[in-house]
Design a protein around this ligand. Structure first.
Ligand SMILES: NC(=O)c1ccc[n+]([C@@H]2O[C@H](COP(=O)([O-])OP(=O)(O)OC[C@H]3O[C@@H](n4cnc5c(N)ncnc54)[C@H](OP(=O)(O)O)[C@@H]3O)[C@@H](O)[C@H]2O)c1
Length: 334
């Protein structure tokens, strides 16, 4: 049977999702965004990808995070998104914030990696074709390139906005000093940086320690946290071994040897603490990030609708007592 047409849920803005202003911009972002790094490539079933995207949008997730090389294969997550755009999302395009990035390995030769204008411009054109879009809402420099003059990378971002191919720009994983240069350069060229995308979660506190989250706020720039669940470690996924098909079982980006008995013992304690708060471990992990109003959004990954449903539940309780915060630190680092 042919798939029935998609009509977005009428209740998608009924209050389940909360929206937060992104820095000093006019743009509101959902506190939970959906990332397509894993599980949306051409090795995955289109049916599952479609179901997850529809479910997310039906529950107020308006921000979809992509990059040129998400898959596998490279480009195929954007192609999947393009298929869904054509088949079901097109009438809702203006209700969505669609992002892409370039900066990591994409195609062979000297022009398919890092931060040159040549690479970034070509990559954006390819991304737009794959996603069947005229423009993206946010284009990110995916990483800092120590060998390309920062002015060249940043001017490419400015020009994308001037050409109408991106509405806003952001940077991801840039170090502190370079990020300040970027904020100043972009502001001086009438294209204020919208957002910093950085790796943060209960286990990975580096961006907080380095002052990157505070720096973004001070510069009127939003902050969005990626891998908020430490690729699945900060959920119940690995409490009873390594399930078939899980990221640790695939072992490319999350190695199975990280799931040690000592780590699992700590996760079990966290799981109990979450239960006392009336939350799943996934929900407590996301709430821990979202308690900070400088964290505009968290970009979750997912392999099923039920995981997205679980994550959404975090929004019911984003406050922690000082004792709970101390307990989390003691369990993880004590
Ligand atoms: N800017 C950058 O450099 C950068 C780098 C990495 C990621 N990102 C962005 O951030 C997004 C999220 O990254 P991530 O996928 O590492 O995020 P994550 O949310 O830390 O991990 C997602 C994984 O956790 C597991 N999971 C999620 N919800 C669960 C639940 N309720 N119960 C049990 N397990 C659950 C799933 O693992 P299984 O697949 O095993 O089920 C899922 O694939 C990416 O898609 C991408 O958009 C950006």
């Amino acid at each position: 049977m042919i798939n029935p047409p998609y009509y977005a849920s009428d209740s998608r803005y009924d209050g389940e999702m909360k929206y937060e202003r992104c820095g000093r911009s006019g743009l509101l972002l959902p506190r939970i965004s959906l990332g397509m790094w894993h599980n949306f490539g051409d090795v995955n079933t289109l049916a599952n990808s479609r179901e997850m995207l529809h479910f997310a949008f039906d529950h107020g997730i308006t921000c979809f995070d992509l990059a040129n090389n998400y898959g596998p294969s490279y480009g195929s997550a954007e192609e999947t998104f393009g298929l869904i755009m054509e088949k079901s999302f097109r009438p809702y395009r203006d209700e969505m914030v669609i992002t892409t990035k370039a900066g990591h390995d994409m195609w062979p030769g000297p022009y398919g990696n890092w931060g040159s204008r040549k690479y970034l411009m070509a990559s954006l054109h390819q991304s737009l074709r794959r996603m069947k879009l005229e423009y993206v809402d946010i284009f990110y420099s995916h990483r800092f390139d120590p060998e390309t003059p920062m002015e060249e990378t940043l001017q490419a971002l400015v020009d994308m906005v001037r050409q109408g191919k991106a509405l806003y720009v952001g940077i991801s994983q840039w170090p502190y000093e370079a990020a300040q240069f970027a904020y100043d350069y972009l502001a001086a060229h009438d294209t204020p940086c919208l957002i910093y995308q950085g790796r943060s979660n209960m286990m990975d506190r580096e961006k907080e320690r380095e002052g990157i989250i505070r720096q973004a706020a001070e510069n009127g720039v939003g902050y969005t946290a990626f891998s908020p669940l430490e690729q699945g470690i900060l959920t119940d996924r690995y409490l009873n071994g390594i399930p078939q098909g899980s990221r640790a079982s695939i072992g490319k980006f999350l190695k199975a040897d990280r799931i040690t008995p000592e780590l699992v013992a700590r996760l079990r304690q966290l799981n109990e603490l979450a239960a006392r708060r009336g939350q799943s471990l996934t929900q407590m992990s996301l709430a821990w990030l979202l308690k900070d109003s400088n964290v505009t959004s968290v970009i979750i990954g997912s392999s099923s609708v039920s995981q997205i449903r679980d994550s959404l539940g975090c929004l019911n309780n984003l406050t922690f007592s000082p004792e709970e915060l101390q307990d989390i630190d003691r369990i993880l680092f004590g």
